[in-house]
Design a protein around this ligand. Structure first.
Ligand code: AQP
Length: 337
């Protein structure tokens, strides 16, 4: 808190698939933790989702489903501004201004663009390339102080900082330079079938990920069939061959708020089978109320719309204020409204 004003937190998630326990542990758990002490803006970034081909009907459904999952994991709509990115005018306008300050070289260095564009059959469109500028606009439009994200988004927040510094230097102090909030453990939950790759909601294979709203039988099956190694000991050790058990320990530790060392002690003398069975029960127990709450909320679209209207209206006021300040600073003639 500074001068009686709460600091601002902003983050968003793309409706590109079912949210995974990676999204939860890496980002949403922090969203929930921070909601009492900060002014928070949590969006569903539907414009970002358009950087890969989407079925329009499914995209609309998944966008509402993400809002329902925000509420289901514990975000209180009375405490947080929950909204859909495309409901607020200003994100794409600011993207244009910031795009004129961002070098092609800076964008070419983004590892997420390199990863996504190198996948077989990837649609490499201009939006995928300029996505980090839209993300910078999302953050800078609201003068966010902190951005809770998983490890894969750290580089984009760093680019946002560079763009903010560049704008402030050229046109005078305007934007808050934001800082990422990245969990010490769980910032990169790995795929259960390929523990050397990140668990991603849009991966097409699917058996290596667990969605927050998956059926409990599927959840248990996926944990029990997670790839480990030929060893016996439940230990958090380095090395690619130990990536599977390391990932499972990280999931267990984060979902139960238990230090890994305590888990290692608990499982001395026990094997991977016992450990996976317990973890399957823990994940199912954690996700069942989230799934039930989500399903109830999806039957109450009127309520979701009320939440979204309130969130977008508060965000829009802030967005207009910042946009008109930016337009003035860069030399655009103010429209009389
Ligand atoms: N596996 C993960 N472990 C920890 N954190 C993760 N995040 C994503 N995957 C993991 C964090 O979740 C937030 C959502 O990010 P996003 O929707 O903007 O897209 P993303 O980072 O590209 O995440 P996905 O799930 O991999 O989406 P797709 O498949 O569409 O690319 C971010 O804070 C992210 O760091």
């Amino acid at each position: 808190m500074e001068n009686g004003k709460k600091k601002i937190i902003l983050s968003g998630i793309q409706p590109t698939g079912q949210l995974t326990i990676g999204n939860y542990i890496g980002a949403m758990k922090n969203f929930v933790r921070l909601q009492n002490d900060y002014e928070t803006l949590y969006m569903v970034v539907d414009l970002h989702a358009l950087t890969v081909p989407q079925d329009p009907k499914e995209l609309r459904h998944k966008t509402l489903s993400v809002i329902a999952q925000y509420i289901a994991v514990g975000l209180d709509p009375d405490k947080n501004n929950l909204f859909i990115q495309s409901h607020v005018t200003g994100h794409t306008e600011l993207t244009w201004i910031l795009g004129c300050l961002t070098g092609l070289g800076e964008l070419s260095r983004m590892t997420q663009f390199k990863d996504k564009s190198s996948k077989p059959g990837a649609s490499i469109n201009a939006g995928l390339f300029t996505y980090p500028i839209l993300m910078a606009s999302d953050i800078l439009l609201y003068n966010a102080d902190f951005v809770p994200v998983g490890e894969d988004q750290k580089q984009h927040v760093e680019l946002t900082r560079d763009i903010a510094v560049k704008f402030n230097y050229r046109y005078s102090d305007t934007f808050t330079v934001p800082e990422p909030i990245i969990p010490k453990s769980g910032a990169r939950i790995m795929d259960l079938q390929n523990p050397l790759a990140k668990m991603s909601k849009s991966d097409t294979g699917g058996t290596g990920r667990i969605a927050l709203i998956d059926d409990p039988n599927i959840v248990a099956k996926r944990i029990k069939s997670a790839v480990t190694d030929s060893g016996m000991e439940i230990k958090f050790s380095e090395g690619d061959e130990k990536a599977g058990i390391r990932n499972l320990l990280t999931i267990y530790s984060n979902l139960t708020d238990t230090p890994v060392s305590e888990l290692e002690d608990k499982y001395i003398g026990k094997g991977y089978g016992d450990f996976k069975k317990d973890l399957a029960d823990i994940v199912v127990e954690k996700l069942t109320p989230i799934r039930n709450k989500h399903d109830d909320l999806m039957k109450n679209k009127d309520y979701l719309e009320t939440v979204l209207r309130k969130g977008a209206s508060a965000a829009q006021d802030k967005a207009w204020r910042m946009l008109s300040k930016v337009y003035r600073k860069v030399g655009l003639v103010q429209a009389s409204r």
